[in-house]
Design a protein around this ligand. Structure first.
Ligand code: TXD
Length: 327
């Protein structure tokens, strides 16, 4: 049975590794009541019961339920989608395309049927292609369907910078644009520690432009490969704590109308010279969803990297068309 509560309703489609952490974080922040859907019988019910039974200890006052029936999505204010398979060592995100497209298509149909007024945050990989598919099949407007990748990729970049400079990660601002793949674009020129450019600090630290550049390039490359680094260590499955935290930051921005400026996989309509494709860009995220897309001035080199990234997203979308998932 699915109960409709008066608090915001958060629906999680997928009750695996990321789904579990999403539920616990949403509860700890009291963002709303959480219903978790999964096709595996009893799994979402069991996970939700486990998390909610700590409510007295953690002091959260929300309800968590699990279901194997898509009807539980009814009335959701926000849906976070993690359904699908994660990568195994040696796999690229794109290797998941057909398998996860089959799953996302069904998820999208049910979102369109049961909660067409909801916001949807897609996490399933290959991210840019799955968001595109979910939006087209569900029929929800683009400003309410977006993907999580950039918040995590930016956080990874910021973490490496903080470690390198020996400063609090809280003072590091770093952003990663483009698709969620090997072609993502960490914005080196804009990375700063409380306003002071990171490159400037690296040059001071190492006393040479060349060495500073070498250190920065290593951080950029580690950021691009960070998902794979975790996959290789875990052996089974991919990162799940950090993607969950990142999506919860987005959900909070929407539910509490925070107007956060976050790197989000959003549908562009001419910005950055791109029309009709989902790509990671900074947006203002609030109760209207993607309320505004922020256009960062890119120099020729950055624009070139961004275009390469957009082309890889276009390639995945073409594949989805070829496989008849998209029109
Ligand atoms: O930043 C990002 N966007 C990501 C994305 C970072 C890391 C991992 N990312 C991707 O998220 C990953 O490549 C996967 O595609 C998803 C979910 O990762 P998770 O680690 O949570 O995978 P699990 O633990 O395998 O959970 C997936 C759940 C599992 O419980 C399945 O039973 C369920 O999805 N599943 C379904 N749910 C609903 N409907 C259908 N058809 C279905 N099929 C499987």
């Amino acid at each position: 049975m699915c109960t409709k509560f008066s608090r915001p309703k958060i629906a999680l489609v997928g009750g695996g590794n990321i789904g579990g952490v999403l539920s616990q974080l949403a509860a700890l922040k009291e963002l709303g009541d959480v219903v978790m859907f999964d096709i595996v019988e009893d799994l979402p019910q069991g996970k939700q019961l486990d998390i909610v039974e700590a409510s007295r200890v953690d002091g959260f006052d929300v309800m968590l339920t699990g279901s194997n029936d898509y009807a539980c999505l009814e009335g959701a204010d926000i849906v976070i989608v993690t359904a699908g398979l994660p990568r195994k060592p040696g796999m690229s995100r794109d290797d998941l395309l057909t398998t996860n497209a089959n799953i996302i298509k069904v998820v999208a149909e049910n979102i369109g049927k049961y909660c067409p007024e909801a916001h949807v945050i897609v996490i399933s990989n290959p991210l840019d292609a799955m968001v595109t598919l979910l939006q087209e099949v569900s029929g929800l407007p683009a400003e309410r369907v977006y993907g999580q990748a950039g918040v995590l990729d930016s956080s990874r970049f910021a973490t490496f910078i903080a470690w390198e400079l020996g400063v609090s990660v809280k003072d590091v601002n770093a952003m990663v644009l483009g698709g969620h793949g090997d072609t993502m674009v960490p914005l080196v020129r804009y990375a700063n520690v409380n306003g002071v450019p990171v490159m400037e600090q690296l040059v001071k630290k190492y006393g040479s432009e060349a060495k500073a550049q070498e250190v920065m390039t290593a951080m950029v490359e580690r950021t691009k490969a960070a998902g794979g680094e975790v996959v290789a260590l875990l052996k089974k499955g991919s990162a799940f704590y950090s993607p969950a935290s990142s999506a919860i930051q987005m959900a909070e921005a929407v539910l509490r109308d925070q107007k956060r400026v976050l790197a989000v996989c959003a549908k562009l309509s001419g910005q950055y010279g791109v029309n009709g494709y989902y790509v990671g860009v900074p947006v203002v995220l609030g109760k209207g969803g993607v309320e505004r897309i922020i256009e960062v001035d890119l120099n020729a080199e950055e624009q070139k990297m961004f275009d390469v990234s957009v082309n890889s997203v276009k390639g995945l979308v073409e594949d989805l068309k070829r496989l008849s998932f998209l029109k």
